[in-house]
Each structure stands twice: as C-alpha cells, then as structure tokens.
Design a protein around this ligand. Sequence first.
Ligand SMILES: [Zn+2]
Length: 253
Amino acid sequence: MSEKQFLEQSLWHNSLVRIENSPIFYQEWFDRGIMKVKHLKNASNSYLSLAEMQRKYSLNFCPLKYFGLISALKSLWNKCKDDCINNCNYENFVEKLTKCQSANKLVYVKLVSTKCTPAIHTQQKWLKDCHLNDVDSINWRDAYQLASKYTKSTRILELQYKFLHRRIATNDFLTKIGIRDNPNCSFCNEEQEKLLHLFWSCPKVVTFWHEIIVRLTLLNITSEHYKIEPLVALGLKPDLSKNYQQINFSFLT
Ligand SMILES: [Zn+2]
C-alpha cells in the first residue's frame, strides 16, 4: 500500500483499522466529517494533536480514545510501509505490457511460465547417468536452447527435445512396459539399451563418434588433439572451442 492509499483508507468499519481486534465506528466523529486517515493529519503530514483535533472538529472526546486510534493507524502504516518497500520493484504485467516493444514475446513468456514445470526429474536422471554430483554441472537453459541455435531442421529439433527429455523409447524402456522381451542394445546386443549406451557408450556408437572426429579433423574444424566429451557430443553442453558453430552443428546432425 502506498502512502497515498494509506491516507485514503477509511477509518470506520475497516478490517485493517482495529482496536482490541475489532473494526471501529465513532458516530460523532463521522458526523463531523472525519472519515479517512487523511482527516487526522495536518498540513505537515503529522497526526493532529489533541488541541488541533478539538479546534478543527469542535469535538470533545476521551484522549485515550484518540491515542488508541492513532496507535492503530501507526502500526498499520508500519506494516504497509514494509510491504511497500518489499514490493517497490514490483511492476504489474499490464504496466510492462504497455511499455513493451515486443508484446507477443512478453505474453508468450508469461503464458509459458504459468504452464510449464521444470523437467527436474529428467535433469536428475541425466546427472546420475553422467555421474555428476553437482546440479550446476549442466546449464539446462543452454542445453535446451542449443539445438535451435545451430539448426532450423524441425526433425533434429524434435529429436533433440525428445532426447533431452528422455522421451526416446529404448529397448530397456520397451521391455519395462512389456512391448519387447529383450532389453539389450539393437546394435551390439551386449548391454541393456539405455539412453546413454545407445547414444554414447555402445561400441558401435563409439566408432561412429570416432569417425565424426576424424572427418572434422580432416576438414580442419577440430584439432588433432580434440577430445570429445560426452556432454558436448550429446548436446547437454555447447562446445566452446574455436570452431564451435560447425562442431555443435555436426554433433547435432
Ligand atoms: Zn550397444
């Protein structure tokens, strides 16, 4: 509540202005036009003294009654003031929208933020698969945006989305839900076909990654000593070396 709103607060039957935990109403004061907080303040924004009250409103009243009301108003203002300080940076959505150059984007971000939930479960599974203890080992914002920075192919974007959210049906998963009998890898048939095995550690896939690096090195995109990291190869982390654009694009495609 701003100071202006506080001064406009009604004194009577107001659940915020309580004495002995009840809203109040003083008929005689009301009859003399005392209705809002501002009516109890003087020109310098201080509460009227007893003498000022009596002079201004020709009222005779018990001083304790007046001081009780002032005390209730002061404690209300102290509370409102704290709320005001805490919310001083708050700008409501409509205000932002009217100022914004790109309104569609703002509305989109707002709608997405109210509907989306972070994929904590899949993120934790990735950390476990990659033997990472630190939750900050992967910058998930970077990871989710990586594909769209280096390709416009919807097929690749969709695959990478499914991959990051672990929505790819591996043999291990299909066996668990009763669609297959054998959870082993379709390429090597030696280990259970889990995501990390299928895209990184399967012997057939290791050969595939090795060939990619050989080709990139022949094209002078990667150096001879380039060491491919699983997080980078799988698109969980962007490559930041010299030719990062070509490298990131190659790993995705
Ligand atoms: Zn395999």
